[in-house]
Design a protein around this ligand. Sequence first.
Ligand SMILES: [Zn+2]
Ligand SMILES: [Zn+2]
Length: 431
Amino acid sequence: MPIFFSNTTSNFRTALHFSLESRHTQGLANCPAIGIEELVYDTHCEDVYEEEIDQRNITFGPRINDANDVKGQRCCIAYEECLVHLARLAVGHRCELADCSARIDISCKTVGTAMLIDWVCENGHKPSSISRWRSQPLVNGMRLGDLTVAANTLYSGNNFRKIQFFFKCINAGCISESSFLRIQRLYAVPSVNEMYSAMQNSALEKFHGHSVIVMGDGRNDSPGHSAMYCTYTVVECESLTILAVVVVDKRHVGKRSTNMEKEALVRAMSIVREAGIKVVEVVTDAHSQIAKYIRTQHPSVKHSFDVWHGAKNLCKKLNKASTPAKCSHLRPWIRDIVDHFWYCCQHCDGSLIKLQGLWKGVLHHVRGVHEWYVGDGGPGCCLHEEMPDNQPTGNKEWMTTDSPAFVAMRKVVLDPYLIRTLPHYINFRWE
Ligand SMILES: [Zn+2]
Ligand SMILES: [Zn+2]
């Protein structure tokens, strides 16, 4: 499957597309976008240093009110000692009050990713104008660094726990997990959704009125049958443009995870068709519910199975068949048989008869027979070059007709389900 976001350019910068209007998101988008890996570093930091943002509108530095002004703001790693040095240059050493002139104390503390500097004289006099400085401008009442770190943790494909651990390693202040989740929910995720919708709409517009071949595949949020969500992606076969991404929740399909993939394809297909795109062929893995759905609901659409999935399943079945000791002669042949399946799909020229003939021919080949009589119209010989001394390659040996290995192999090769599904492989589609 193609990668949605590419960050291969050397001067890559994530687009700071966040809007300063917070928006609550609905449904799944409301879930925190954190992966399993989030649990790698179990570091917790509470918002103990949360700054009291002064509501009386006393500013300790610039405020930003326009999202465009966020773009292009540069930042750096600044150290405490340097900041105190700078502060000392600005506020001097002695109190300004005429009858005081006590020493001015300068103190630093981190809040979120920012640093705050306060100064007061030993007699407690604060300068009348300003007695605090913040290393970051405020955006909508948030420190810009906090907003940027939270949003870009998501935009750069990182996970919060790792970023938090990194900040801890360099002894820098970091945002708390709750701030991260809040910013993600209110600013970052809605912006991603907005941009994604715009991209998807333009992709759908591009294929409006066209006849296309699409490939679809689903990914469950956890392996096995206990998955809660299935993310199904449908792409246009030639350009690999994503036409639809659908997320299905198990609770909406009778709590059966096996129903999710079909339901997701149904929804994805209607998105594509509603956009005025004519689907002539669908490529999926060999999923019986999906096969039935396309056969009955979209009879004019050709349904191809992904050859890669087919070859993988075949490999599994052959491995299982070769497990008993008496069938061990089959093992060295497995790779060749799977390659042969791939080859047959690739070279059958869209003809089922040719595919069946080539495929069943493997039962002759493994016994050292390369020409045979045919009754079904398929080619009556192997397509490989002549084998002058008729010896199999590698550590393989020709099989004999009544050997357990051959019997086990024949059962897999002629498996009724596999033979019945061969029509789905004649177009040689793979993802
Ligand atoms: Zn003083
Ligand atoms: Zn042969």
